[in-house]
Design a protein around this ligand. Structure first.
Ligand SMILES: Cc1cc2nc3c(=O)[nH]c(=O)nc-3n(C[C@H](O)[C@H](O)[C@H](O)COP(=O)(O)OP(=O)(O)OC[C@H]3O[C@@H](n4cnc5c(N)ncnc54)[C@H](O)[C@@H]3O)c2cc1C
Length: 422
């Protein structure tokens, strides 16, 4: 019997199904992406690259620690407004999204390769590096990792030093002095040291109201300056003194952990009962050791793809990169990660690249139910990521607005934690 027109149609459809199916059967092995660093930048990137590629990209995350403790909200822990255990996030959910998680330190990255601390090498089509920051201890006489871990914490990587600082603040003698030394620009979380002052002030208001807080700054101006100064006058009048770069000579020259003193670049020495010395910063060691920072402290990147301008096939995001206008924050790292996930998928032939759009907001708690924020939108400019529009809380806002901002910050913490590690 001759096939009817309808049967022919079915045969053609079936043949089509076969030809459509054939390339899948013969499909090349999945592309390989390795992500170094499981903070808000690297974890978000790994998750989005895996979950949105439908198995076309094998994603491996190399993170040295089994848990990531967020710096964001660690100041709230210091102030007694947040529990320490709420700051730590594991990687089980990441595995459920199909990401292979390896808990090891990456020693170096090259185009198409990651060398691990145990000497083994992982091979990849593309690599993304998000290792956060390290400190320039060599700029200060008498200050190093050991002094920071035991006596004069920086607490600028959240964890045991944050706990040590909290204990020290709580044990301060009546009328004692807390010294904080904020670093020069650029550094992670521009409002971070000043939110910390507010949190320490709220503890001292309860336990040590005659105590003093001395800010020996490396800068003349800082983020949300008018808002912080208004809050210190309102909540703890006379407790906080700000010493700008004009009088410190641009920061700290040396630290004496036995005498509990710091000496400024202007050669003036100050004694504190507790000292929080926050050193100048640079990109995480693996970025520097891999030549991603060139002769500088931060890794230059293409403003669209965030691919290193120095090492091909390696993207750098979060605090470690020199991106242009975006501040070094968890919000920025998370926003950049979604852009890079899209760009990397497109570069690997999985989907289309969209024009990048970035966003950041930094909230700070000034006291209970008193929150402020600063933020902006960004786009890829010719040579750098550029700010388009910004906003900032206003001096003299009502208590209702401030309480709403404080609770918005809590909502953000929960959302970014789920987005990165959930
Ligand atoms: C006190 C304080 C308060 C802050 N508050 C806020 C806030 O309110 N809002 C906000 O948005 N941001 C805030 N920040 C800033 C924010 O924490 C950082 O900007 C953000 O964590 C940067 O993310 P990242 O992924 O680039 O790096 P990180 O968070 O530092 O993550 C890097 C990860 O890489 C891992 N790693 C590093 N090197 C290697 C290696 N060689 N091999 C394997 N793994 C490696 C590390 O273990 C770490 O898990 C605050 C920071 C501080 C210090």
């Amino acid at each position: 019997m001759q096939p009817t027109r309808r049967d022919l149609g079915k045969l053609v459809a079936a043949a089509g199904a076969v030809t459509l199916f054939a390339p899948n059967v013969a499909r090349a092995a999945a592309q390989k992406l390795i992500v170094v660093g499981g903070g808000p930048g690297g974890a978000t990137l790994a998750k989005y690259a895996a979950k949105d590629s439908g198995g076309a990209i094998d994603v491996t995350l190399v993170e040295q620690n089994p848990l990531h403790t967020t710096c964001f909200f660690s100041n709230l822990y210091l102030g007694g407004f947040w529990d320490l255990d709420k700051l730590s996030h594991g990687y089980d959910a990441m595995r459920a999204h199909g990401v292979d998680v390896i808990h090891q330190r990456a020693k170096a990255v090259e185009s198409g390769k990651v060398i691990l601390a145990d000497g083994s090498t992982l091979v990849a089509d593309r690599v993304v590096v998000a290792p956060g920051i390290d400190f320039k201890f060599d700029l200060y006489d008498g200050y190093d990792e050991h002094v920071a871990a035991t006596r004069i914490p920086h607490a600028y990587k959240a964890g045991p030093q944050t706990q040590l600082l909290k204990k020290q603040v709580e044990a301060m003698p009546e009328g004692g002095t807390f010294i904080i030394c904020p670093p020069p620009n650029p550094f992670r979380c521009p409002p971070g040291p000043y939110e910390r002052v507010s949190m320490v002030a709220s503890i001292m208001k309860q336990k040590n109201p005659s105590g003093k807080i001395l800010i020996l700054d490396a800068k003349d101006k800082h983020s949300k300056m008018a808002l912080f100064q208004e809050a210190w006058e309102r909540h703890t009048p006379g407790m906080v003194e700000f010493v700008p770069a004009e009088f410190t000579g641009g920061g700290i020259a040396s630290v004496d952990a036995k005498a509990m003193t710091v000496t400024t670049l202007d050669d003036e020495t100050f004694e504190g009962d507790v000292i929080n010395m926050i050193p100048a910063q640079k990109a995480g060691k693996v970025a520097i050791d891999s030549g991603l920072t060139g002769d500088g402290d931060w890794a230059p990147v293409d403003p669209v793809t965030m691919e290193s301008t120095l090492v091909k096939g390696v993207h750098v995001l979060g605090d470690a990169c020199a991106n242009g206008d975006m501040p070094k924050s968890g919000f920025s790292a998370n926003s950049q990660a979604k852009v890079v996930a899209n760009q990397v998928r497109a570069a690997m032939g999985v989907g289309k690249a969209f024009p990048p759009r970035f966003r950041n907001t930094c909230w700070s708690l000034l006291a209970e139910d008193d929150g402020v924020k600063v933020g902006a939108d960004y786009k890829s400019g010719k040579d750098k990521i550029t700010k388009t529009e910004g906003f900032i809380s206003q001096v003299g806002e009502s208590a209702d607005i401030r309480a709403a901002t404080a609770s918005e910050a809590v909502g953000w913490y929960e959302a970014i934690s789920r987005d990165a590690w959930g």
